[in-house]
Design a protein around this ligand. Structure first.
Ligand SMILES: *Cc1c(COP(=O)(O)O)cnc(C)c1O
Length: 450
């Protein structure tokens, strides 16, 4: 009996046919090539994004359809084992199960790969799951990480407490602006990963990505960079890093309504992380929901516009705050220790980042400032996180970096009065600035400031 071509009618008059609906052996052997490995050619992230494949909807919609299925059918029973052996995969539009690959999530991954200039990327349910999965993929039990002493609190806790206990993976923390120290702490043959943030949280220290990558590669160490603070502004992989991780929950989402993450790297790394037997993304299962992935895919096309405005306002406010006599940390200011470095590494026309810090020296002064900025003039909200259209303010030492003890905070350069601000773009620039000035003069009137 001839094999039926369809097993169901999807739309009246439309027959279902599957991607495996081909004559037996004309399916190419694509083992381990779920990501064909074509690195974007363009140097500019916006140009690369425009060149990424545009997915249309099932009915010709300008937006792609959302693939909400957890599981996928095949037209022929013989296809299933060929998918499980890794011979057939998403590059042939063949899917098994959505914890593994999902077309909508894969599309977001393609956008992230284009953004970061890597061969491949896959998205996860959070930034932390992206970071923990990639570290577990790259390190075996007994492995060693060299990491910046200035890191996001969650990453710091993962490296300090969780990985040594659960997996016998240890970390040496270093000041990554001290390249000699980095070189000395890396142990060739033992160290697996050099991990740092492109722009660090919360001190806004900028890493010399090409130089650190060179040092690590000399000792055959993989460089993993968290680029959460500087999407569009910096492209770590284009500067020599091997892997770029993101908390998409921040600038890339922009809505402060979604938690998601991404691992961007070579096809071989991402494929190994999706491996049915050995892959951290497949086996730990931190996949992102397809509906969430769709929402994020729709926001990436305007990420560059948002970043430009975040950066423009942060630069303007930092300059004006400094003129008022405040102690401001912003990589766009000439006196920032890595201003020239950032200028040399940054993609043109985006600016110097959307975050700035005001050092109020004591936690009490920091709290008074934030209180007034929120409750007297509505300049911003007291909240952790970043990349939102409203300005978000937090006192890092007692919030997002509270996982660090006093000594670790001092080592990381986090003053107890450091107020981190993620500058939003709601309202007019002058309207928001006058709110800032008003709050400040109110504090001066009360005699609590300077
Ligand atoms: C928020 C953040 C993370 C963690 O991301 P989640 O999406 O909250 O899991 C990691 N690194 C940096 C720099 C962050 O700001």
């Amino acid at each position: 009996m001839a094999e039926p071509k369809t097993h169901g009618i999807v739309f009246p008059g439309k027959k279902r046919s599957g991607p495996d609906d081909l004559d037996g052996d004309d399916l190419p052997n694509t083992k381990n090539s779920m990501f064909p490995g074509s690195a974007p050619t363009s140097e500019d992230p916006v140009a690369a994004l425009a060149n990424a494949r545009h997915e249309f909807g099932e009915h010709g919609g300008v937006n792609m359809s959302i693939e909400v299925s957890a599981t996928f059918t095949v037209m022929k029973p013989e296809t299933m084992p060929r998918m499980f052996s890794g011979e057939l995969g998403p590059d042939r539009d063949l899917f098994i199960y959505s914890r593994h690959f999902n077309p909508t999530v894969l599309n977001l991954g393609r956008q992230m790969a284009a953004l970061e200039g890597t061969e491949a990327a896959y998205c996860t349910a959070s930034g932390m799951s992206a970071i923990s999965s990639v570290l577990l993929q790259l390190c075996s039990s007994g492995g060693h990480v060299v990491a910046s002493s200035t890191l996001y609190g969650g990453t710091h806790a993962l490296l300090t407490h969780f990985l040594p206990r659960a997996c016998n993976i240890t970390t040496s923390f270093v000041d990554i602006s001290n390249h000699e120290m980095v070189q000395n702490v890396i142990v060739e043959g033992k160290t697996n990963v050099l991990f740092f943030e492109s722009v660090s949280n919360p001190t806004l220290t900028v890493a010399n990505i090409p130089e650190l990558s060179r040092i690590a590669h000399d000792k055959r160490v993989t460089v993993v960079v968290d680029n959460t603070f500087a999407p569009m502004v910096l492209s770590p992989a284009r500067l020599g890093a091997d892997v770029v991780v993101h908390s998409i929950s921040k600038f890339i989402s922009g809505g402060a309504d979604i938690i998601a993450g991404a691992v961007c790297g070579s096809s071989s790394l991402v494929n190994s992380m999706m491996d049915l037997h050995q892959g951290a993304l497949m086996l730990l299962g931190p996949t992102v929901n397809a509906k969430v992935a769709f929402d994020l895919s729709e926001r990436i096309p305007h990420l560059s516009l948002r970043m430009k405005e975040h950066c423009h306002r942060a630069m303007t406010f930092a300059t004006r705050m400094k003129k008022l006599g405040l102690k401001v940390v912003y990589p766009g200011l000439e006196e920032h220790p890595q201003h020239q470095l950032l200028k040399a590494m940054a993609n043109k026309e985006y600016g110097f980042g959307g975050l700035l810090c005001v050092d109020m020296e004591t936690e009490e002064k920091a709290n008074r400032l934030m209180n007034c900025l929120q409750n007297c003039t509505q300049f911003g909200f007291m909240a952790v996180s970043l990349g939102y259209y409203e300005t978000l303010m937090s006192c890092s030492g007692s919030s997002t970096s509270s996982e660090l003890n006093a000594e670790e905070k001092a080592l990381a350069g986090i003053s107890p009065g450091l107020v981190r601000m993620s500058i939003g773009y709601i309202g007019t620039l002058e309207q928001k600035w006058s709110q800032f000035e008003k709050a400040l003069s109110r504090m001066q009137d009360l005699g609590v400031f300077m």
